[in-house]
Design a protein around this ligand. Structure first.
Ligand SMILES: Nc1ncnc2c1ncn2[C@@H]1O[C@H](COP(=O)(O)OP(=O)(O)OP(=O)(O)O)[C@@H](O)[C@H]1O
Length: 298
């Protein structure tokens, strides 16, 4: 993979092997020599079948888990443990149940800026809670909030610490479609204002297209790899209703679905080199032939 100085995050031959679960069992190489990079301010998503190792990769990027071999380099330094430079949002929002929404956010903000006055912390947190639409309910405890509201608190908290990298593991997986759509739009609005770098796991191809600059496609495990990085060349700001009329939309969507149904399995365990993929759509608006599919057999 070409070394690019614009890379903000870079994984170098990242491999994870879990030891056997029981005595005499086999170890599991979940993914093998995974290479990808993310530019500063880029919004990336990662799609792949269940069990290919997406959450494990995210945890390694966060510094919450370590690779068996290989490294994650962020801003020129190797990631060796958790840091406030990297914020994580999980599907189950992970809020402190005894604290109000506001206190959940301010707890994180105070850790990041211990020298700030109470007033500074309060105003900063309220600003982020407002951005996710929680103007009137910030004094409620998590049990008094809906699932969507709890997830909004998690997102406000992650953005409020102004980390350099925001990592999200299926943050909207448990939400109904309407709430999901609204929060996706809020997320994009904050991201556009803060210009943070994002890596997010999703199973939803429409969500990935709506949010991403690039989508990483993972082959099936074991020995999974990031096989492609698909560019979403649909201009921003994006409007969900308008976006589906963009000439690239269905071409990108078909490409992702084809990968998930067919190619993620065909490429599984193969030792072919990683495809540094450009947009699946050519300059003429045609769907680019995946480099590792025999056209005669397609
Ligand atoms: N601590 C562990 N010990 C042994 N195996 C593990 C451990 N953690 C994860 N695994 C295995 O590693 C593989 C990858 O798990 P991971 O959760 O990263 O996958 P995923 O792609 O995020 O899946 P999903 O989409 O279902 O969330 C799975 O087969 C899982 O069973």
């Amino acid at each position: 993979m070409a070394n690019n100085n614009n890379d903000f995050i870079k994984t170098e031959l990242l491999t994870k092997v879990f030891p056997p679960i029981k005595r005499g069992g086999e170890s599991l190489t979940v993914f093998d020599q995974v290479n990808f990079s993310i530019k500063k301010g880029e919004f990336t998503t990662c799609i792949g079948h269940s069990g290919c190792g997406k959450s494990t990769i995210l945890n390694i990027l966060a510094g919450l888990d370590s690779a068996t071999s290989g490294a994650v380099i962020m801003d020129g330094k190797e990631v060796t443990g958790p840091s406030l430079e990297r914020a994580v949002v999980f599907q189950n929002h992970s809020l402190l149940p005894w604290k109000s929404a506001l206190d959940n956010v301010s707890f994180a903000v105070k850790s990041k800026w211990p020298q700030w006055t109470k007033k500074e912390v309060h105003e900063h947190c309220l600003n982020y809670l407002k951005l996710v639409g929680l103007t009137d309910t910030y004094n409620r405890k998590p049990s008094q909030l809906s699932g969507g509201m709890r997830q909004r608190v998690g997102i406000a908290r992650a953005f409020a610490i102004q980390s350099k990298l925001l990592l999200m593991d299926e943050p909207f997986g448990a939400l109904d479609a309407l709430t999901r759509g609204t929060i996706q739009e809020e997320l994009l609005k904050i991201w556009e204002q803060t210009e943070q770098t994002v890596f997010m796991i999703t199973h939803d191809v429409d969500e990935a297209i709506f949010l991403s600059d690039r989508i990483f496609l993972m082959t099936n495990g074991p020995r999974a790899r990031v096989a492609e990085a698909v560019v979403v060349d649909i201009p921003r700001p994006r409007d969900r209703a308008q976006m589906i009329h963009h000439p690239s939309y269905y071409k990108i969507r078909n490409h992702l679905v084809d990968f998930l149904i067919k190619r993620s399995h065909e490429l599984s365990g193969s030792s072919q080199s990683i495809q540094a993929l450009e947009s699946p759509v050519t300059e003429d608006g045609e769907l680019r032939q995946p480099p590792n599919v025999n056209p005669a057999a397609a």
